[in-house]
Design a protein around this ligand. Structure first.
Ligand SMILES: Cc1ncc(COP(=O)(O)O)c(C=O)c1O
Length: 410
């Protein structure tokens, strides 16, 4: 085990970490070694240093992640602080460009934007903010709901499109329900209507095969610290046509330094300041680990374990599972009669099992599934063992059986 998994002092039970959709743990030994290695010599990066001995970790990571996601050319991969940062850059940059062009052309044709009830606050909040800022200039936000398969069907998108629809932002994989969206079919429809398509891949990159050369998406967002097994504070996006997004942040790039105009070239157009190169070395090592294990082997293991836990939880009639057939290793449930945060507390204190409870930063999902109360979420990683799944399922079943018992007043 590549980590310091320890027993809880209260339970003496070994720690079982099932909160990998929030941030993955443990990290592969190669990831930890890469951070140490990257700090062992001064960083080398063209334009910024004169050294020749160190590695250019940033370019290496860019090439690694571009090849992993099937993204061409590698310079169209932009690194940022996380998926949230990437979504802010893309969403604000698209809307800024749209309104600047409207002003220049003297047109006033409205801006209808689509997203979904499955989306995360890192999509919903930037869009909501823009709606407040631009409501007097025709900005309208439409939120599409999901069907009983936890899915946004392409025909639901087709039905929502209007002549003034400019942008759609869609979560590729739900962080609550674990459902995948058919971004290929949805992207084709959006492109037929000339609509810009941003996909939030925070929950999919590292879990499933993604080949951006084959997908009709304009921008794809990833994060480093979840299934890609890297560090918090790393992530980025792929952008097919940089001209579609106005830069919204400016600063030093180490290039064209005499010019007060920010360089228009990729990736400097969107990458400012000193990059988190130990984090990017870790990201490249995370991807290397996944490649070595094999993405399909990882997916097969995680989904087999996910199905096992779901089958076990289904044996208790007072457990409600919100998606019994997830596409990602994510299980959302409640125990009838117990608040979700109480279940989380009992799991942590009684069993040393780390889950996540509450709204999972995707509030609109909960309006549809649990009346806005939130739920317990288990999420697996490549390091989750069969035994951990067995212990966790048994613990949850035990809690559910106790929740069913009448309270003794003696
Ligand atoms: C679907 C989805 N989008 C975006 C994010 C934000 O990711 P980050 O922590 O990299 O900003 C998350 C993380 O919880 C997520 O699940």
């Amino acid at each position: 085990m590549p980590d310091g998994r320890s027993s809880s002092p209260e339970t003496k039970k070994p720690l079982i970490y099932l909160n990998n959709a929030a941030t993955s743990w443990p990290k592969p030994p190669g990831v930890i070694a890469a951070i140490q290695q990257s700090l062992s010599l001064p960083v080398f990066g063209s334009g910024r240093t004169t050294g020749t001995q160190g590695e250019d970790y940033i370019s290496l990571a860019r090439e690694k992640i571009a090849a992993f996601l099937g993204a061409e050319p590698p310079e169209h991969i932009v690194f940022s602080a996380h998926a949230t940062d990437s979504l802010n850059i893309l969403i604000s940059g698209f809307i800024q460009k749209f309104y600047t062009e409207q002003q220049t052309s003297g047109s006033d044709s409205g801006c209808h934007v689509l997203t979904t009830a499955l989306d995360h606050n890192s999509v919903l909040r930037p869009l909501h903010e823009l709606k407040k800022r631009h409501s007097s200039s025709g900005f309208q936000l439409e939120i599409i709901s999901f069907d009983d398969q936890c899915s946004i069907r392409p025909e639901m998108i087709e039905a929502a499109i209007r002549p003034d629809t400019r942008l759609m932002v869609l979560s590729h994989g739900s962080n609550v329900l674990g459902s995948l969206q058919d971004i290929h079919s949805i992207g084709k429809i959006l492109h037929d209507h000339g609509i810009f398509f941003i996909v939030d891949g925070a929950q999919t990159a590292g879990h499933i095969k993604i080949n951006l050369s084959d997908l009709p998406v304009d921008a794809f967002v990833f994060t480093g610290h979840k299934a890609l097994l890297g560090l918090p504070g790393t992530g980025g996006f792929y952008l097919r046509d940089p001209e579609r997004i106005a830069p919204v942040r400016f600063g030093g790039t180490g290039t064209s330094s005499f010019s007060l105009d920010h360089p228009p070239e990729m990736p400097e157009r969107f990458e400012i300041g000193t990059q988190n190169y130990p984090g990017l070395a870790a990201l490249a090592a995370g991807v290397a680990f996944i490649e070595e294990k094999g993405l399909s082997a990882i997916e097969e293991q995680s989904m087999r374990q996910t199905s096992f836990i779901i089958r076990e939880l289904c044996k208790e009639p007072n457990i409600t599972i919100y998606n019994k057939h997830p596409d990602l290793p994510v299980i959302a449930f409640n125990i009838n009669g117990l608040a979700n945060d109480d279940v989380g507390f009992i799991l942590a204190r009684g069993y040393n099992i780390i889950a996540r409870t509450g709204l999972h930063c995707a509030p609109l999902v909960h309006n549809e599934i649990d009346g806005g109360k939130g739920c317990v979420r288990l999420s697996l990683s490549v390091f989750t063992t069969d035994e951990e799944c067995r212990v966790a399922a048994e613990a949850i079943r035990e809690i559910a059986r106790h929740a069913n018992r009448p309270v003794s007043t003696a």
